[in-house]
Design a protein around this ligand. Structure first.
Ligand SMILES: C[S@@+](CC[C@H](N)C(=O)[O-])C[C@H]1O[C@@H](n2cnc3c(N)ncnc32)[C@H](O)[C@@H]1O
Length: 242
């Protein structure tokens, strides 16, 4: 990634330095979302995490892969509990922030490049809605199969997502229809992150309902065994290796 593309990293590093920052997400249809809680939430201590994430942490076991580790809150929590954790992030600056905050093993790596070179894992965590990084079809089944190839028997994915259909916003419903007309999944967002003059490339980020998550997992070596839904904006799907 070119330095000018590391908007996520700038946002996270800026928040580390100043305690301020707003996550600006630009969607391909021109819809812009400014999330003042974005960077702050990536630094939250465990007690301030969404309840679904706290509940899901009870299911983490063994060696853990933290996908898109951001500022490292999940890796740090699990490290403190004695897990061996590898954090990966596409953003060089986010990886650096995680390291500075104490994550012992952080790799600058896009999720699509995970391989057995990282070793084998018992748990894969995709928090901060990072199940979204499966992108949509056809990448999702491909990536889930790839995850299977780097896990041990009995492994789990703790996959956080947002059900895209739980919204009253007409702009979002119109976007779903537009996606479907184009043969994409309704919640398959095409977005980029902006920070000052920094802009990530456009990428697909999937918001999936639990049913959609179950369907994507089926045939990719995983099964949606449980859904941790605490009535918040987000839920965590528990995918078990089959
Ligand atoms: C929404 S933040 C979540 C951070 C962290 N998981 C958390 O919950 O606090 C998304 C993170 O995923 C990283 N990311 C985005 N695309 C990625 C990709 N293709 N591969 C790996 N990491 C990626 C971003 O750089 C950012 O640090």
């Amino acid at each position: 990634m070119k330095p000018s593309e590391d908007a996520y990293g700038r946002l996270i590093a800026g928040y580390l330095e100043t305690g301020e920052g707003i996550e600006i997400v630009e969607r391909h249809d021109g819809f812009i979302n400014a999330n003042p809680h974005g960077p702050a939430a990536y630094f939250f201590p465990f007690r301030k995490w969404p309840k679904a994430e706290r509940t899901a942490m009870r299911l983490a076991r063994g060696r853990v892969l933290d996908v898109g580790c951001g500022a490292g809150r999940v890796s740090l929590y699990l490290q403190e509990r004695g897990h061996e954790v590898v954090g990966i992030d596409l953003s060089p600056l986010a990886a650096e922030v995680s390291r500075r905050r104490g994550v012992k093993d952080v790799r600058e790596l896009p999720v699509t490049r995970v391989s057995r070179r990282l070793g084998l894992f018992d748990t894969i965590v995709m928090f901060g809605n990072n199940f979204g990084l499966v992108g949509g079809k056809p990448r999702a089944p491909w990536l889930l199969r790839r995850f299977r190839s780097i896990t041990n028997e009995g492994a789990r994915i703790l996959a956080e997502s947002v059900d895209p259909y739980k919204t009253d916003n007409p702009d979002h419903h119109a976007y779903h229809r537009r996606n479907r007309r184009r043969g994409r999944m309704a919640g398959q967002l095409r977005i980029r992150i902006r920070y000052g003059q920094y802009t990530t490339p456009w990428f697909d980020y999937l918001l999936a309902s639990p049913d959609e998550m179950a369907r994507l997992a089926k045939g990719s070596g995983w099964e949606l065994a449980d859904v941790i839904d605490e009535g918040e904006h987000v839920y965590v799907g528990v995918l078990e290796r089959v």
